[in-house]
Design a protein around this ligand. Structure first.
Ligand code: C2E
Ligand code: CA
Ligand code: CA
Ligand code: CA
Length: 279
């Protein structure tokens, strides 16, 4: 049986395509990236749609590979999820964001709340409420400075213990946002079941908002529904003045996108805390 296992392995290895090999290679390297300090958080401002003041930030993970340079999350997050590495990486992100916020405070800055992305895998395999509680305690950070972002699918897959985790997070004072809203499930009943603060309208609706009447209608409907439920609405991926104007006219609360700024390293994000428009 052992011999056969080996043959199977050889057969498998020989038939692996280059992409799979590269993937395996990246997975091994990602495993070491955490301990080697190759992961970094970038910060993207979310601004008030009316005043353009920075009101919060989203922390987005970056991998600075020693040879390959910057690797985008589109490449390494799926690998991190399939390998389970996302659980440790996500815990790191929560701690790093809190550590950064405390650092900004020690520099005498008045930091805005920072949202950390949680993967559905983390949501299922990690006691996120305990992780957050411990981290807040260790750093002494005000809980209102931390937020989490979860996708609809992560929320929808949630079982009772996960619901309780969100309730616990909410009780700690941590803000909860639904990411990529509109792309997931058709059932909206979960909006009542979970202690959510914010809906983030996915970029796919915002992109053609000025050309596509359906996208415009959907966006208006999401904004109106969110407000009826007393939720805040953020539009993601805002790239043009025209989109901003549409969103502002339709009462969207916050906008996030290249129009204001791409995600930037922590040192650069400081300018969004010092002057209202980042000027
Ligand atoms: P996301 O959470 O939806 O994050 C928003 C993505 O849109 C980011 O891509 C951001 O750079 C990009 N973006 C922001 N404004 C614009 C714009 O105006 N135009 C366009 N075209 N894009 C814009 P990024 O940083 O490459 O991250 C991609 C995805 O990777 C994220 O999507 C999120 O799902 C995942 N991700 C990133 N960091 C983390 C993390 O720490 N943990 C987890 N679990 N996932 C993460
Ligand atoms: Ca997000
Ligand atoms: Ca998003
Ligand atoms: Ca998205």
């Amino acid at each position: 049986a052992k011999q056969q296992g080996k043959n199977n392995y050889q057969y498998y290895a020989a038939s692996m395509n280059a992409a799979a090999l590269e993937r395996l290679n990246l997975e091994n390297q990602l495993r070491r990236a955490l301990s080697r300090g190759e992961l970094q958080l970038y910060y993207q401002p979310l601004v008030d749609a009316a005043t353009l003041n920075t009101v919060s930030a989203e922390a987005l993970m970056r991998w600075r590979h020693p040879e390959l340079g910057m690797i985008s999350p589109a490449q390494f997050i799926p690998i991190a999820e399939e390998s389970g590495l996302i659980v440790a990486m996500g815990a790191w992100a929560v701690k790093e964001a809190c550590r950064q916020l405390r650092h900004w405070q020690h520099l005498g800055l008045r930091p805005v709340p920072v949202a950390v992305n949680l993967s559905s895998l983390q949501f299922r395999h990690q006691k996120i409420d305990e992780l957050v509680a411990t981290t807040l305690q260790e750093t002494g950070l005000d809980p209102s400075l931390l937020q989490v972002e979860l996708t609809e699918s992560a929320i929808m897959q949630a079982e009772e213990p996960s619901v309780q985790m969100l309730v616990n997070l909410k009780e700690l004072g941590v803000g909860i946002a639904i990411d990529d809203f509109g792309t997931g499930y058709s059932s909206l009943s979960y909006l009542r079941r979970f202690p959510i603060d914010t809906l983030k309208i996915d970029r796919s609706f915002i992109k053609d908002i000025l050309q596509d009447a359906d996208d415009a209608t959907i966006t208006r409907a999401i904004i109106s529904m969110a407000h009826s439920l007393e939720l805040t609405v953020t539009a993601e991926g805002v790239e043009t003045e025209g989109q901003l104007e549409f969103l502002r006219d339709n009462g969207c609360d916050k906008i996030q996108g290249y129009l204001v700024s791409a995600p930037v390293p922590a040192a650069e994000f400081v300018r969004f805390m010092q002057s209202p428009r980042g000027e």
